[in-house]
Design a protein around this ligand. Structure first.
Ligand SMILES: Cc1ncc(COP(=O)(O)OP(=O)(O)O)c(N)n1
Ligand SMILES: Cc1ncsc1CCOP(=O)(O)O
Ligand SMILES: [Mg+2]
Length: 587
């Protein structure tokens, strides 16, 4: 649907967004539109209020004191109402600012009731709105509004709002709304290059109205063709929507303030950049019912396997939309297109951050069999043992070296990390965040006497996995509170790997698994023979050392453990990772 907007109405549409941003609102509310209209100091709304004895300043104050207003469902709905009103009362489809005000009040009866006591009483306003000038659009600038008919002195003549988006506009026609950047005039030679500049066709009197600050209007005196506008409008919407989905993911799924902040900043920067393509132009090109794409659906469009999948799809959607904006934007303004490219680069950083960490979290969520590996104890056969364990279905490998020199340990860690990542298996380092960092491990495992979680996190960053050993229920609660990604619970049985005086045993497994929603690995003397007891106590994941490190056939022991573990469902785990961890032999 195409809408014809007066320059004032067009500015108000943009200024409403500025008001929303200025008041810290994520959505444009009805009040923001009224505030935007009040900013048109010499517009029809100002005249209307004057006639009704209402002060714009006082109204502004009162509106700002109101509780949050309902959002505008879509600018299109608002414009459709305003246009309908104009058509029925003025026999003119053009949207003037006063029609916009009436439309705002018609959007929501409760809101209309709330603002009526301020003087914004819909029937009273409707009665006071004057007909528009019958002057043809082309004559609007030169034909004065029929002042003599209706405007009482001492009012200044009403503004010439009767022309649609003007190809040339007087800089003094109406003042800029305060929240938006000041409007200035730029010579058209500096204008964006759609259509390609042709010196002979550029009138010396033509001017480009654009905000002087960081956001000059991207279009110039000649409106771009509708197909181009439709592409840009659609992709601006796609990108903005995808950004919102991603922000929700960072905020509510990941609970991660830092990535939430990153997406939010990107979203705000995008919104500022997007505003350079005036909303009214975009709306004038929008024609959803006629869009041949709305009825086409692709296979899988309505299928999402997990929260991570939603994130992945929306990152792709965002990148595609930005690429399209970049390519088509080149027809409009190369510098505008350049920004689209820069936004796209920022999404790659975000993707690395969200999906890399997601890979780790996904693998951890699926992990049932965790191996504490001491290569130095395996002698020259350590690589064979590693391959065996991987082929048997081990899903996490921890390098647990207590006596090896740091440099040798680092080299081992790097080799293990390479192989584990090839096999899509997590690799962690025991005790040593520094070695975890330098070997690019997926994380570190910390005992109760090792470095605290906060310090390890500081060193390794948010995406690293940090596991913590727990031996009491208090330690379990503390580990979760401090941000552990998983816990070890044990020792369950006497161990050939490490001597213990005290065994929290199966009772602790019961307690710890009952209060844990994140992965908890039972450990200490677990073998295929006693695993059923551990499972019966509630564990669904285990960590083992000796039974794999000392077995003559580690692959078959690992496979037996996996078969038993896999026969119990893991609560709340759904994966999108079709390639999955290392191949698991059939039970
Ligand atoms: C998965 C897992 N759980 C517990 C431990 C034990 O850690 P810690 O208590 O620090 O003892 P050491 O292994 O460092 O001797 C672990 N390593 N892995
Ligand atoms: C390090 C450690 N901490 C608690 S149990 C354990 C060793 C587990 O190894 P194993 O499976 O050989 O008993
Ligand atoms: Mg330790």
């Amino acid at each position: 649907m195409e809408y014809l907007l007066s320059p004032g109405a067009e500015r108000a549409m943009t200024a409403a967004q500025s008001w929303a941003a200025r008041l810290g609102s994520e959505i444009v509310q009805l009040t923001h539109f009224i505030l935007a209209l009040l900013d048109e100091e010499e517009g029809r709304v100002a005249q209307l209020l004057h006639r009704l004895g209402l002060s714009p300043d006082r109204l502004r104050e009162q509106l700002l004191a109101l509780p949050p207003a309902p959002p505008v469902p879509s600018p299109e709905t608002l414009l459709a109402l305003a246009r309908d009103w104009s058509l029925s009362c003025r026999q003119d489809p053009q949207v003037l600012t006063d029609a916009l005000l009436l439309a705002v009040l018609q959007m929501d009866p409760q809101y209309a009731a709330a603002v009526a006591p301020l003087g914004l009483d819909l029937p009273r306003l409707q009665a006071a709105v004057l007909p528009a000038s019958p002057a043809p659009e082309s004559a609007a600038e030169s034909t004065p509004y029929p002042l003599s008919q209706a405007w009482p002195s001492p009012l200044p003549p009403p503004p010439s709002e009767t022309s649609p988006r003007a190809t040339t506009t007087s800089p003094t026609a109406e003042s800029a709304p305060p929240p938006a950047p000041q409007l200035t005039l730029e010579p058209i030679q500096n204008a964006p290059s759609y259509p390609p500049p042709d010196a002979s066709s550029v009138s010396s009197t033509s001017v480009l109205i654009s905000p002087a600050s960081a956001a000059p209007a991207v279009f110039d005196a000649v409106a771009p063709p509708l197909p181009l506008l439709r592409v840009l409008d659609t992709n601006c919407n796609r990108a903005r929507e995808a950004l919102r989905v991603l922000e929700d993911f960072c905020r509510f799924v990941r609970n991660d303030p830092s990535s939430t902040e990153e997406v939010k900043t990107l979203r705000h920067d995008f919104a500022r950049w997007e505003q350079r393509l005036p909303l009214s132009l975009r709306l004038s090109a929008r024609d959803t019912p006629a869009d041949v794409g709305t009825t086409l659906t692709a296979a899988g469009e309505y299928q999402r396997a997990s929260l991570e999948h939603v994130c992945q799809i929306n990152l792709k959607r965002l990148q595609e939309a930005l690429r399209s904006l970049e390519e088509y934007g080149k027809l409009l303004d190369p510098s505008w297109a350049k920004h689209a490219e820069q936004f796209r680069y920022r999404t790659y950083h975000l993707e690395g951050r969200l999906l890399h960490s997601s890979r780790r979290q996904q693998l951890l969520a699926q992990a049932r069999l965790y191996w504490l590996f001491t290569p130095s104890a395996a002698g020259e056969r350590w690589e064979w043992r590693l391959e065996q364990a991987l082929s048997g279905g081990v899903q996490v490998v921890q390098l647990r070296e207590k006596h090896l020199a740091d440099r040798a340990c680092l080299q081992l860690a790097q080799a293990l990390r390479r192989r584990c990542h090839q096999a899509r298996v997590l690799f962690l380092v025991n005790d040593r965040p520094d070695l975890a960092l330098w070997s690019e491990a997926d994380g570190v495992h910390l005992g109760q006497d090792d470095l605290p979680i906060a310090q390890a996190r500081h060193l390794l960053g948010r995406e690293a996995l940090i596991g913590v050993s727990t031996h009491t229920i208090e330690q379990v609660h503390q580990a979760w509170q401090q941000g552990a990604d998983y816990i070890g619970i044990g020792p369950v049985f006497p161990s050939q790997t490490k001597a213990f005086d005290h065994f929290p045993g199966l009772e602790f497994v019961r307690q710890a698994t009952a209060v844990s929603v994140r992965p908890a690995f039972a450990l200490g003397g677990i073998t295929p023979e006693n695993l059923l007891h551990v499972l019966a106590a509630g564990a669904r994941r285990i960590a083992v050392s000796a039974c794999l490190s000392q077995a003559s056939d580690p692959a078959s022991i690992a496979a037996q453990l996996r078969a038993l573990l896999d026969s119990y469902a893991l609560p709340g785990v759904n994966s999108v990772d079709s390639s999955g961890p290392a191949p698991v032999p059939a039970p």
